[in-house]
Design a protein around this ligand. Structure first.
Ligand SMILES: *Cc1c(COP(=O)(O)O)cnc(C)c1O
Length: 464
């Protein structure tokens, strides 16, 4: 499989190349040159397959040329053996119509593990044949950081610098990052919000001298391999609920538009998905873009769902590319306009295209609290606040298609907010061990390009 940039002006890469590259050199994001697709019979044949076998079927076309099917199976077997549930991503029924797809049974309790456990192994495998050290840099609103650090700690050939917004991640999230003490792990608290941290990371990639000198790479959800791994659970869940005969709808708590874009990919590959609900909190740039066409970023309001406190959703660019007839030149111009004014209008074509599959909702703190209580009182499920945003949006949807809300984090990761709404304080699973008595290690620095690049330059291994 070959991969092209959404801005049409970067080298075409194979799967190995896009996995290690992250962002494309022209500032765009990599997407497959063509979308593989499955027939109804091929999807029906996924019924009853294990998670790992489903993963191999769904991902094989994307890794073709870089990994054999057996190699892919070995990596998936290892990656998903670290999950605490035998079904990896089990479905839980809430009432007649609503299901939760529990994506939080991995080592760091959020759905990011589903992709990053695999990506960590892919990095190790692809780096084994290369010279020199790779420097992974990332910005996290909490969950990517802990999942990436767990996946890469101690791995040979790669250093990781993870920026999180100071004071804007939960204490469980912070400790899951800062208590991993390994020589290749560097945690940085940025004096700023998540969007500022993300902008700093993008600026480092855009600096050719810096990014070449330190062989920069990304594990944020701009990394194609992550999205690819997330496509799997849409197939796995839909097939269990009667797909491909019966279409299914998904409600996705959304921040950077990675997880829900994976749902779009599943639909492009032939999975009958009736609807994808983009569920946002009050930081609702995506809801405004999808409902009015106005994609303009405001300031971030901190909420009880920090992983969705985002005003610029990187992966939305991938959707705009698809809906704009895959014209890299047109999208490069549209994105340049956005980057200078922080605002843009979707074209009519992009709006109409999106309306065919997506709906959206913005859920405030009351709506979130009600959904937390509803799940608890109706079906005894203690859910996390992000999941509650998704569930609130799902419940507002009318119809009778089976509705799956992606449960993106374990409630214990956000236990203060859960306790405030339900009165229940969820316990940390035993596999978290002594998280609160471990030593933390991180540095706090100013949110400026110079401060961050100086910090990294003092600790990373330059090329050559
Ligand atoms: C990352 C995250 C999200 C948002 O996912 P995107 O792929 O960025 O849209 C939602 N909920 C939780 C718990 C997360 O960690």
């Amino acid at each position: 499989m070959r991969y092209i940039s959404t801005r049409g002006n970067a080298p075409v890469l194979d799967f190995e190349g896009v996995t290690l590259a992250g962002l494309a050199a022209d500032g765009g994001l990599y997407v497959p040159e063509t979308w593989p697709s499955f027939s109804r019979d091929e999807i029906a044949a996924m019924q009853g397959l294990s998670y790992v076998e489903t993963a191999v079927r769904v991902m094989a076309p994307f890794v073709a040329g870089s990994l054999t099917e057996d190699e892919l199976r070995d990596l998936c077997t290892t990656a998903y053996s670290r999950f605490a549930h035998a079904a990896v991503t089990p479905l839980v029924q809430l009432d007649q119509r609503h299901w939760l797809l529990e994506l939080f049974h991995g080592p760091t309790l959020a759905f990011k593990d589903v992709a990053l456990q695999l990506v960590g192994l892919l990095f190790e495998r692809f780096l084994a044949g290369r010279e020199g050290q790779l420097t992974v840099i990332g910005a996290t609103s909490g969950d990517t950081g802990s999942a990436a650090i767990d996946a890469l700690a101690g791995r040979v050939g790669v250093d990781i610098f993870m920026l999180h917004p100071e004071g804007r991640v939960s204490d469980v999230q912070r400790r899951q990052m800062t208590t991993v003490i390994a020589p290749n792990i560097h945690n940085i608290a940025i004096r700023g919000d998540f969007d500022t941290a993300q902008a700093l990371v993008k600026a480092m990639f855009r600096d050719p001298a810096f990014s070449t000198r330190y062989a920069l790479s990304a594990v944020n959800s701009i990394n194609w391999a992550r999205l690819m791994a997330q496509v799997v659970y849409y197939f796995y869940a839909a097939v269990r609920l009667g797909g491909p005969e019966r279409p299914v709808a998904f409600s996705v708590p959304t921040g950077n538009f990675g997880d829900v874009f994976a749902g779009y990919v599943a639909a492009r590959m032939g999975l009958p998905i009736e609807r994808l609900i983009v569920a946002t909190n009050v930081n609702d740039i995506l809801h405004r873009a999808l409902s009015t066409g106005d994609y303009s970023s405001g300031t971030v309001t901190p909420t009880a769902t920090p992983s969705m406190d985002i005003q610029v959703s990187s992966n939305f660019e991938r959707l705009l590319f698809e809906l704009g007839d895959r014209s890299g030149a047109a999208l490069a111009a549209q994105m340049a306009g956005f980057e200078s004014s922080r605002a843009m209008m979707l074209t009519n074509r992009q709006r109409e295209g999106a309306a065919g599959l997506f709906t959206s909702a913005s859920i405030d703190a009351d709506g979130m609290g009600q959904a937390l209580r509803w799940a608890h009182e109706r079906s005894g499920q203690v859910i996390d606040p992000h999941t509650a945003i998704g569930l609130a949006a799902a419940r507002a949807d009318v119809g009778n298609t089976p509705m799956v809300t992606l449960a993106t984090a374990h409630p214990a990761k956000f236990r203060d907010a859960v306790e405030r709404s339900t009165g229940v304080r969820p316990g940390l699973p035993a596999r978290m061990g002594d998280l609160f008595s471990r030593e933390e290690r991180y540095d706090t620095i100013d949110a400026t390009f110079d401060a961050v690049t100086d910090y990294i330059a003092q600790r990373a291994t330059p090329r050559g």
